[in-house]
Design a protein around this ligand. Structure first.
Ligand code: NAG
Ligand code: NAG
Ligand code: NAG
Ligand code: NAG
Ligand code: NAG
Ligand code: NAG
Ligand code: NAG
Ligand code: NAG
Ligand code: NAG
Ligand code: NAG
Length: 468
């Protein structure tokens, strides 16, 4: 009997040490020291109670039993739809090595974990339609915080010193403030959406590595990320204003859609690695992106009815995708633009927008490399009797190159046709087309020579290397 017991203890010791080192190796245990883990694993007491893959708890009594014995719980703690009480109180539990999940339970009103300071994984509170408050005042170490579909949640009392998180998601709650998260400095994913009373989103985060999505909170929510310097995907919708004055890099795409903002101030922004979309911001009058030089994806500026003068990209040098600008704007200028790798579409309902004025310099500098280029506006030619006609200049670039590989895409012939009627005067259109054509032709010759040169270079390199 005694021998059996000893073997049992030895076995469980081995298993728990192995488990502890697994946890250590996989960094599942937050900031718990190695010594602590080893100390814990050498206490064979309460082995079975405290160590389980999943601790599923069905009522407060079961929680109390666990809490009394295990200040430190190894495994996940799960409170699911079979939970019978209105309150969840984790009382003396201090550490949970896995996740704390409370899901799908319509009677829970409050969640309280007064002494919990470490969660090795995340805290996921989701689909609790009666939950009003979450109290986790001592929490220091945690990777993910997800508070999702908690439509009555008004109060969170969470330790304000948390500085680093993997995910922070706050979605569909009645929170009026998320000040508790103000000191988070680094996070991979930050999503705040559908919190209809949340009118002020003010966080001091410096870096968001993957995505920052803010949408559908209180009408005209004030969004303040004054310290944010770089981010992955950035999307802001339905905001009344936002402060991103310190932002320098967007390493994925930028969406600014359906906001009631009247200005965008991104003066420090240098580069956007994805596409920039500024769409349906009805009040937007003023945009400042003075220092933005590269957009590696496309540029879409669509239906911002009060944005009349699009001169807000004075430093832009490269647009890596296509460009589409639609609206009622009067003027578009790109002083330093060298290349638009995709096509270009400009369409203004305004009668002040002059396609020729925009396109002539771009065509002369051979900026637009994509297949399609269209431009239309309602500009009336004062001395023209056909005043109601829309001016439409369509430069049609067709491929004739039949060669293979790189040559095909480069040695395309450029033909410019002018489709449409309302025609500026004959002299104007003929002189313009002539000019552009000759430019194109000389450009074409140059590229052919370059390709020829590159071809020879490759051939020589190839022969050189195949000699070994
Ligand atoms: C984005 O790119 C810049 C420049 O390459 C880099 O300094 C910054 O750390 C990156 N930020 C993120 C969040 O990836
Ligand atoms: C825009 O941001 C800069 C800092 O990057 C700041 O100096 C300036 O006052 C801001 N302008 C507005 C109108 O907020
Ligand atoms: C941005 O550009 C303005 C001029 O348009 C310049 O005064 C300012 O110093 C630049 N800011 C940064 C961070 O480069
Ligand atoms: C449109 O711009 C072109 C080129 O700058 C100019 O010659 C023409 O007069 C302008 N048309 C109108 C109606 O202003
Ligand atoms: C150019 O326009 C034509 C017809 O409008 C369309 O079929 C084609 O896909 C466009 N090409 C690109 C590269 O957008
Ligand atoms: C519009 O222009 C066409 C020819 O381009 C001409 O026949 C027609 O009379 C003009 N319309 C008016 C209202 O002057
Ligand atoms: C472009 O040119 C091709 C042939 O040159 C023609 O078939 C096509 O209809 C033109 N497209 C436009 C939009 O003018
Ligand atoms: C230009 O307008 C005139 C009359 O205003 C019309 O007869 C003609 O068909 C229009 N041209 C086009 C291409 O719409
Ligand atoms: C308007 O059209 C007439 C020819 O109908 C042309 O002589 C004149 O230069 C055009 N004016 C402008 C500003 O484009
Ligand atoms: C210029 O426009 C007139 C009238 O629309 C047209 O008859 C003529 O062919 C055009 N010239 C060129 C070179 O496109």
């Amino acid at each position: 009997m005694k021998l059996k017991y000893n073997i049992f203890v030895l076995n469980s010791l081995l298993i728990t040490s192995a488990f502890a080192s697994y946890l250590l190796n996989h960094e599942l245990i937050g900031k718990i020291s190695e010594a602590e883990v080893i100390a814990m694993s050498t206490i064979p007491n309460n082995q079975e109670l405290c160590h389980k893959k999943n601790h599923e708890l069905n009522n407060q009594d079961e929680i109390n039993i666990l809490a009394r014995t295990c200040h430190e719980v190894v495994g996940n703690v799960e409170i699911l739809k079979d939970y019978q009480d209105k309150y969840v109180d984790l009382s003396d539990i201090e550490k949970i090595h896995g996740d704390l999940s409370v899901h799908d339970c319509s009677q829970i009103i409050s969640l309280n974990a007064p002494r919990l300071d470490t969660i090795g994984g995340g805290i996921k509170i989701k689909d609790l339609t009666s939950l009003v408050s979450i109290t986790v005042p001592s929490l220091q170490n945690v990777h993910n915080i997800e508070f999702v579909t908690l439509p009555l949640l008004k109060d969170i009392n969470i330790n304000r010193d948390i500085e680093q998180l993997d995910k922070l998601i706050i979605s569909d709650t009645s929170l009026q403030s998320i000040e508790s998260f103000q000191n988070v400095k680094k996070v991979n994913t930050l999503e705040i959406n559908n919190n209809r009373y949340l009118a002020n989103i003010d966080l001091h985060v410096d870096i968001v590595n993957e995505k920052l999505h803010i949408y559908s909170n209180a009408d005209q929510a004030q969004v303040n990320f004054a310290k944010l310097s770089s981010t992955g995907d950035l999307s802001i919708r339905n905001a009344g204003s936002f402060n991103l004055n310190n932002l320098e890099y967007i390493n994925k795409s930028l969406d600014i859609i359906e906001n009631s903002i009247d200005q965008i101030n991104l003066t420090k922004l240098k580069k956007v690695v994805g596409t920039v979309a500024i769409i349906d911001n009805d009040n937007l009058k003023d945009v400042n992106c003075n220092n933005l030089t590269h957009i590696e994806g496309g540029l879409l500026i669509i239906n911002n009815d009060n944005l009349k003068n699009m001169d807000f990209l004075p430093s832009i040098h490269t647009i890596g995708g296509a460009i589409q600008i639609d609206g009622t704007f009067h003027k578009v200028t790109f002083e330093k633009l060298k290349v638009i790798k995709g096509g270009a579409n400009f369409r203004s309902q305004s009668d002040k927008f002059n396609c020729t004025e925009l396109l002539e310099p771009l065509m002369e500098r051979h900026v637009i490399r994509g297949e399609n280029l269209t431009c239309s506006s309602n500009m009336k030619n004062q001395s023209n009797l056909n005043q109601s006609n829309v001016t439409k200049i369509s430069y049609n670039k067709t491929k004739t190159g039949k060669a293979t590989g790189m040559k095909e895409s480069m040695s395309s012939q450029t033909e410019i046709t002018k489709s449409d009627s309302s025609a500026p005067s004959t002299t104007e259109n003929s002189s313009k087309t002539g000019k552009v054509k000759s430019k194109k032709n000389s450009g074409l010759k140059l590229t052919s020579i370059n390709i020829y040169g590159i071809g020879i270079w490759f051939l020589i390199t190839f022969i050189f290397f195949s000699m070994f």
